[in-house]
Design a protein around this ligand. Structure first.
Ligand SMILES: CN1c2c(nc(N)[nH]c2=O)NC[C@@H]1CNc1ccc(C(=O)N[C@@H](CCC(=O)N[C@@H](CCC(=O)N[C@@H](CCC(=O)O)C(=O)O)C(=O)O)C(=O)O)cc1
Ligand SMILES: N[C@@H](CCS)C(=O)O
Ligand SMILES: [Zn+2]
Length: 766
C-alpha cells in the first residue's frame, strides 16, 4: 500500500545555517583554508542538524514530511549538474563518469580566469538569484550526479525518511537559456523528450534508497513572464508527468507550484498521474476548480507564507485549508526566503517578536494546522486564538499608525509627483555642473573590504568608539575620493563604506523599521542579506547621509553624487507590513527620502542618485497585476525625487538584464540620468531603450562587476562605440554595470583606469 502524503510539511528550509555555517565553510573552501572533505563534513553536519531541528519542531521523522533540499550554492545549478547540463566551456571539469567534484561545481557557479560564469537571474518575485542553465543541441543529458540520492541515503542511515526535492523538468527547461552554439530561435523546452528519461532514472534511483515521495518544484507553471506560449508549456507539463508517472518503482510524485496560482496548469496536473500538488494559497487560489475535478489527488494547501515573516492570521489560514478541501498543509513557498528563528533575536522588542514567525515558527504553525486537519478545529482553537490576539495587539500598537505621517500622505497632490519640463532641467544642470562629453562615474559603492566589515563589527560590539569608527570611515572616504581623482573620474562618489547593506543601513535610520542580528537570508551563492522588518509608519527623524556627502564634497572640486536607496528597493529587500497596500507604505518611505534629498540639496550636493535595482523584482508574475504595480512604484520614486530644483540632477540606477516590460516605467521615473546593467549582454538593451523614445541621460554599464575579470581598454571602447551608435551622444554616461562592493581593490583600480582611458580615447575621436 502506498504511504499517504504527510498532513503537514514545508517546501524547503533555510540552508545557509543559523550562524551562516554553510557560507563560512564554502568561503573557507574557496580560500583554500579547508579541504573538500572538510566542506563535505560541515555540510553533512548542517543537514543532520536541520533534520533534527525540523523533527523537534513537529515534522515527522519517517513520514516524508522533512524535505531533503540542501544545496552548496544554488538549486537550479544542482538540477543542471544532476542531469549533466554543464556548458561546454566547462567540459574539462567533468570527470569520466560525467560527475563534477566540488571545485568543478563552484567553478561553473563563479567562473575561473577568463571563463565567464553561468548568468545569474532573479528567482520569480523573490530576492534570491539562481544560475541560468545553458542548453543547446550539444547538451547530452545523463544522470551525472548522485548527490541527492546520497543525501536521501544519508538521512535513512540516521533514522529519517525524507522527501527529496529537485527543480522539475518543465521549470528547469523554462528557466534555461539557449547555449551560445544553439541556432537562432532554439528553445531549451524542445529538449524535453531527451531530458525526461534522466528524471525517470533519478526517480527510480531515489526509490532504491528509500524515498517514498519526491518533490518536483514547478514554479514556472504559475508565471506568465515565461517567454514560451502557454499552450506549449501546458503540453510539456502533460507530457512530462504522463511519462514520469509511468516510471516503474518510482516514489509518489508531489509537484509543488509556489509563487502564484497554477490557473490552467492545475487541471493538467490533476489529470496526470501526479499524486499530490502543492498550491500556493497565499499568492494564489483555487478559484474555478471544482472539488469533483480534484478526485484522488492530494491538495497540499500552501497557506503559511514562505515569503514573509508575519505570524499572520492562523484562523484564516485554517479556513482556507477547509475551503480548498486540502488534506495537507504546507508553506506557500520554500522557507529559504525567511531567517531561521525569531527566538534567535535577543535585541528585538518582545512585542514585535510576538507578531513574527521566521522559518522555525512557521514550521510550528504548520504542525498546529496539521493537528487541526487531523483532529478538527477545536483541537487547535487555543493556538488560533493566540494568533488572532497577536494580530489585534499589532493593529493597536503605538507606531503602527502615526497621525502626522498619515496626514502628510493624505494631503499629497499631483504637483508633488512632478519635476516639470526636462529641457529646462537639462539647461539648468548643464550650466550648474559643466560636465565633459561622456561623463564618467561609478554606481556608488567601492570594495567593502574585510577591514571595513571588521571595523563595523568592532564598533557594534563597543570595542571601537563612535568617534574612532567615524574617523576610520572618513579616512576610507578620503582614500576613495583620492583614488577617483587619480584615475580621472568626473563625478565622485563616497564609496558607501558606512553601509552594511544599501537597504539595512536606511532601515537602521528610519522610524517604522527594525533590524535583526541573525536574520540572514541567502541572496545568491554564499551571499546573504538581513532583510529589515518594516512594521510601522515610516518617518525620518534626522538627516542620514548628509554629513557623509558634505564631508566628501569638502575633499574635491569635482561634483559629488549623493547616494540613496529608492522606496521600491527598500520595500523589496525588507519584510514589509502586510496590513496595508504596498503603495501606501512606498509613499511613506518616499516622503522620508524626499526630506533627505531636500537636505542634501540644501547642503550643496548637486547630483543625487536614488537606486532602484529592485524595480523589476517586485513586478507581479501575472500580467493583469503589472500596470497598477508600475503606477505606484513609479509614483513613489517620483514622490521621493520631485521636490528638487531644476538644476539638481537626479540619477537612478537599475541592475538587471530583462528590461522589456519595465522600459516604459523607467522612462516614467523621469530621472535625469539612468545607469543600467548592459555589459553582460554586450549592450543588447541599448537599441530597445532608444526605440522606446528615452530622451534623458543614460549610462549603459561598460563592464560587468560580478567577476574579478578586468575589461580591456579596447573592450570598453567597443561598448561605448556601440552605445554611441544608437543613442545621441549628449545623453551617454560611462559607468560600470553596478556598485563595486563585492570586488577587490586590485581589479577595481585596473578596471576603472581602463574605463577612463577608453572614454578619453572615444572623446578624442568624436
Ligand atoms: C545588490 N543586491 C542586494 C540585494 N539585497 C540587499 N538587501 N542588498 C543588496 O545589495 N539583493 C540583490 C543583490 C544581491 N547581491 C548581494 C551582493 C552582496 C551581498 C553581500 O555581500 N552580503 C554580505 C553581507 C553584507 C552585510 O550585511 N554585511 C554586514 C555584516 C558583515 C558580517 O558578516 N560581519 C561578520 C563580522 C565581520 C568580521 O569580523 O570580519 C559577522 O557578523 O559575523 C556589514 O558589513 O556590517 C555577505 O557576506 O553575504 C549580498 C547580496
Ligand atoms: N549604490 C549601490 C547600488 C547597488 S545596486 C552600489 O553601488 O552598490
Ligand atoms: Zn546595482
Amino acid at each position: 500500500m502506498s504511504t499517504p502524503f504527510p498532513t503537514g510539511t514545508i517546501l524547503g528550509y533555510p540552508r545557509i545555517g543559523r550562524r551562516r555555517e554553510l557560507k563560512k565553510a564554502v568561503e573557507a573552501f574557496w580560500a583554500g583554508k579547508i579541504s573538500a572533505e572538510e566542506l563535505e563534513a560541515a555540510a553533512a553536519e548542517l543537514r543532520a542538524v536541520t533534520r533534527e531541528r525540523l523533527a523537534t519542531l513537529g515534522l515527522g521523522r519517517a513520514d516524508s514530511s522533512i524535505p531533503e533540499a540542501f544545496s552548496y550554492y544554488d538549486q537550479v545549478l544542482d538540477a543542471a549538474v544532476t542531469v549533466g547540463a554543464v556548458p561546454t566551456r566547462f567540459s574539462r571539469l567533468v570527470k569520466e563518469d560525467g560527475s563534477l567534484d566540488l571545485a568543478g561545481y563552484f567553478t561553473i557557479a563563479r567562473g575561473e580566469g577568463q571563463d565567464v560564469p553561468a548568468e545569474m537571474t532573479k528567482w520569480f518575485d523573490s530576492n534570491y538569484h539562481y544560475l541560468v542553465p545553458e542548453i543547446g543541441p550539444e547538451t547530452n543529458f545523463s544522470l551525472a550526479s548522485d548527490r541527492l540520492i546520497r543525501e536521501v541515503a544519508e538521512a535513512t542511515t540516521s533514522g529519517f525518511r525524507t522527501r527529496p526535492v529537485i527543480v522539475g523538468p518543465v521549470t528547469f527547461l523554462l528557466l534555461s537559456k539557449a547555449s551560445e552554439s544553439a541556432p537562432e530561435g532554439y528553445q531549451p523546452l524542445d529538449r524535453l523528450d531527451d531530458l525526461l528519461p534522466v528524471y525517470a532514472e533519478l526517480l527510480a534511483a531515489l526509490t532504491a534508497v528509500g524515498a517514498e515521495w519526491v518533490q518536483l518544484d514547478e514554479p514556472a507553471l504559475v508565471s506568465e513572464s515565461i517567454e514560451v506560449d502557454r499552450a506549449t508549456v501546458l503540453a510539456a507539463t502533460e507530457k512530462a508527468y504522463a511519462l514520469l508517472g509511468a516510471v516503474p518503482a518510482r516514489p509518489q510524485i508531489f509537484v509543488a507550484a509556489p509563487y502564484g496560482s497554477l490557473d490552467d496548469a492545475l487541471p493538467v496536473l490533476l489529470a496526470s498521474p501526479v499524486e499530490a500538488i502543492g498550491v500556493d494559497l497565499v499568492k494564489g487560489s483555487l478559484d474555478g476548480i471544482s472539488t469533483s475535478s480534484i478526485g484522488d489527488t492530494v491538495i497540499v494547501g500552501g497557506v503559511i507564507d514562505g515569503h514573509n515573516i508575519w505570524r499572520g492570521d492562523l484562523a484564516a489560514a485554517f479556513d482556507k485549508l477547509e475551503a480548498a478541501g486540502a488534506t495537507s498543509v504546507s508553506s506557500s513557498t520554500s522557507l529559504f526566503h525567511t531567517p531561521h528563528d525569531v527566538d534567535d533575536e535577543p535585541l528585538l522588542d518582545p512585542r514585535l517578536k510576538s507578531w513574527l514567525a521566521f522559518a522555525d515558527q512557521k514550521v510550528d504553525q504548520i504542525a498546529t494546522l496539521a493537528v487541526g486537519l487531523r483532529n478538527g478545529r477545536a483541537a487547535i482553537q487555543d493556538e488560533l486564538d493566540a494568533a488572532t490576539d497577536a494580530l489585534t495587539d499589532r493593529h493597536n500598537a503605538p507606531g503602527v499608525r502615526d497621525g502626522a505621517v498619515r496626514r502628510r500622505a493624505a494631503s499629497l497632490t499631483e504637483a508633488d509627483f512632478s519635476r516639470g519640463d526636462y529641457a529646462e532641467r537639462l539647461a539648468a544642470q548643464d550650466e550648474a555642473l559643466n560636465l565633459p562629453f561622456l561623463p564618467t562615474t561609478t554606481i556608488g559603492s567601492f570594495p567593502q573590504t574585510g577591514d571595513i566589515r571588521k571595523a563595523r563589527a568592532l564598533h557594534a560590539k563597543g570595542e571601537l568608539s563612535e568617534r574612532e569608527y567615524n574617523d576610520y570611515l572618513k579616512a576610507e572616504i578620503k582614500r576613495v575620493v583620492d583614488l577617483q581623482e587619480e584615475i580621472g573620474i568626473d563625478v565622485i562618489v563616497h564609496g558607501e563604506p558606512e553601509r552594511n547593506d544599501m537597504v539595512q543601513y536606511f532601515a537602521e535610520h528610519l522610524d517604522g523599521f527594525a533590524v535583526t542580528q541573525n536574520g540572514w537570508v541567502q541572496s545568491y551563492g554564499s551571499r546573504c542579506t538581513r532583510p529589515s522588518l518594516l512594521w510601522g509608519d515610516v518617518a525620518r527623524e534626522a538627516p542620514i547621509t548628509v554629513e557623509w556627502s558634505t564631508y566628501t564634497q569638502s575633499l574635491t572640486e569635482k561634483p559629488v553624487k549623493g547616494m540613496l536607496t529608492g522606496p521600491v528597493t527598500i520595500l523589496a529587500w525588507s519584510f514589509v507590513r502586510d496590513d496595508q497596500p504596498l503603495a501606501d507604505t512606498a509613499n511613506q518611505v518616499a516622503l522620508a527620502l524626499r526630506d533627505e534629498i531636500a537636505d542634501l540639496e540644501a547642503a550643496g550636493i548637486g547630483i543625487i542618485q536614488v537606486d532602484e535595482p529592485a524595480l523589476r523584482e517586485l513586478l507581479p508574475l501575472k500580467k493583469k497585476d503589472q500596470p497598477s504595480y508600475l503606477d505606484w512604484s513609479v509614483g513613489s520614486f517620483r514622490l521621493a525625487t520631485a521636490g528638487v530644483e531644476k538644476k539638481t540632477q537626479i540619477h537612478t540606477h537599475l541592475c538587471y538584464s530583462e528590461f522589456g516590460v519595465v522600459i516604459d516605467a523607467i522612462d516614467r521615473l523621469d530621472a535625469d540620468v539612468t545607469s543600467i546593467e548592459a555589459a553582460r549582454s554586450k549592450m543588447e538593451v541599448v537599441p530597445d531603450i532608444q526605440s522606446s523614445g528615452f530622451g534623458r541621460g543614460i549610462g549603459p554599464g561598460v563592464y560587468d562587476i560580478h567577476s574579478p575579470r578586468v575589461p580591456s581598454v579596447e573592450e570598453v571602447t567597443g561598448l561605448i562605440e556601440i552605445a554611441l551608435g544608437s543613442i545621441p551622444e549628449r545623453q551617454i554616461w560611462v559607468n560600470p554595470d553596478c556598485g563595486l562592493k563585492t570586488r577587490g581593490y586590485t581589479e577595481t583600480v585596473e578596471s576603472l583606469t581602463n574605463v577612463v582611458e577608453a572614454t578619453l580615447a572615444v572623446r578624442a575621436r568624436h
